[in-house]
Design a protein around this ligand. Structure first.
Ligand SMILES: Nc1ncnc2c1ncn2[C@@H]1O[C@H](COP(=O)(O)OP(=O)(O)OP(=O)(O)O)[C@@H](O)[C@H]1O
Ligand SMILES: C=C(C)CCOP(=O)(O)O
Length: 280
């Protein structure tokens, strides 16, 4: 079972205040995923009768979701009289990330990948920003039937805050911990594609003396807990690492790689050893 996260910094121009898809990366990565599945015998790979593999794709919101979520401060406390504005902000943000997901699924399906869109805001809730209701049955059924579910960072109803932002990184953690496929081996390979070669001692885009960390086991390995260089309402790299360290505590290893590098997604799906950071 492969759980693949495609970061918003890869699929969109995350530095842009405008919602901009990086079609060059999206088409290249769709091709790499398709070629990886063909290498694995595409029918075997996604057909539960003859393969122990399955694939779930999770993607971030990038410049589609983070700007509106920040503008409307989704997830922050608010006064009752501010609720109507917060509510329309929720609706606008949900539409933005749904538009991004539709574009991404269109490209993946046009590359022959049997993807199905899964919208977090239609069935997942949180309490104080942590998932408290996420039924995986349908996702498991889709995988058993050979589909590739594509779920993404979204806005959701929150039992304490009324509304909140749910990151793709938290969705990835929940799926990696709780997905249970009777028809496939439960060995999970967790791969996250972002726009840097993994985790460094500090932000490599800001500091020339940042040192690459091949294996990360604690936040203490990082000198500067900077999160990201663009608009990000879900904690950026540090938020990502926290989700993955919780996974590691449960014995589920993950790897952050640079999906900007041509061929890295293909090689990672084919279990080749490529530069990145293993979180264990
Ligand atoms: N210690 C660090 N090591 C590596 N990158 C870091 C570090 N600190 C901050 N960063 C920044 O984190 C960014 C990647 O995190 P980000 O959350 O933006 O990735 P993403 O997964 O593509 O986005 P999203 O979560 O929206 O899907 C890098 O572009 C880098 O500038
Ligand atoms: C900003 C929204 C709505 C979702 C954020 O998801 P992420 O980009 O995976 O952190």
């Amino acid at each position: 079972m492969i759980i693949l996260k495609l970061g918003g910094s890869i699929l969109t121009n995350k530095n842009s205040k405008k919602a901009e898809v990086n079609y060059t990366n999206l088409n290249r990565i769709a091709n790499e995923i398709k070629n990886a599945l063909i290498n694995k015998g595409m029918d075997n790979f996604i057909n539960n009768n003859s393969s122990d593999q399955g694939l779930v794709i999770i993607h971030g919101a990038g410049s589609y979701g983070h700007p509106p979520a920040k503008k409307y401060e989704i997830g922050n406390n608010f006064n009752n009289d501010e609720y109507p504005k917060k509510r329309i902000g929720f609706s606008k943000t949900q539409i933005c990330v749904k538009k991004l997901n539709t574009i991404i699924c269109d490209v993946l399906v046009n590359h022959g990948l049997p993807c199905v869109s899964i919208q977090a805001s239609s069935f997942i809730t949180t309490k104080n920003k942590r998932i408290n209701n996420f039924n995986l049955d349908l996702i498991e059924r889709y995988i058993d039937e050979g589909f590739i579910p594509v779920i993404y960072g979204d806005v959701v109803l929150d039992d304490e805050l009324k509304v909140a932002v749910l990151s793709g990184d938290q969705i990835l953690q929940y799926i990696a911990i709780n997905l249970n496929l009777s028809s496939k081996s439960n060995k999970k390979e967790v791969i996250l594609g972002t726009d840097v070669n993994g985790v460094y001692t500090k932000n490599p885009k800001k500091y020339d003396d940042a040192k690459h960390i091949p294996v990360l086991t604690s936040l203490d390995d990082i000198d500067e807990l900077d999160s990201t260089t663009n608009i990000d309402v879900t904690g950026g790299m540090i938020g990502k690492i926290k989700e993955l360290l919780e996974l590691a505590e449960l014995g589920i290893e993950s790897k952050i790689i640079n999906a900007n590098e041509d061929g890295n997604i293909l090689d990672a799906l084919n279990n080749k050893d490529i530069k990145g950071t293993r979180i264990k």
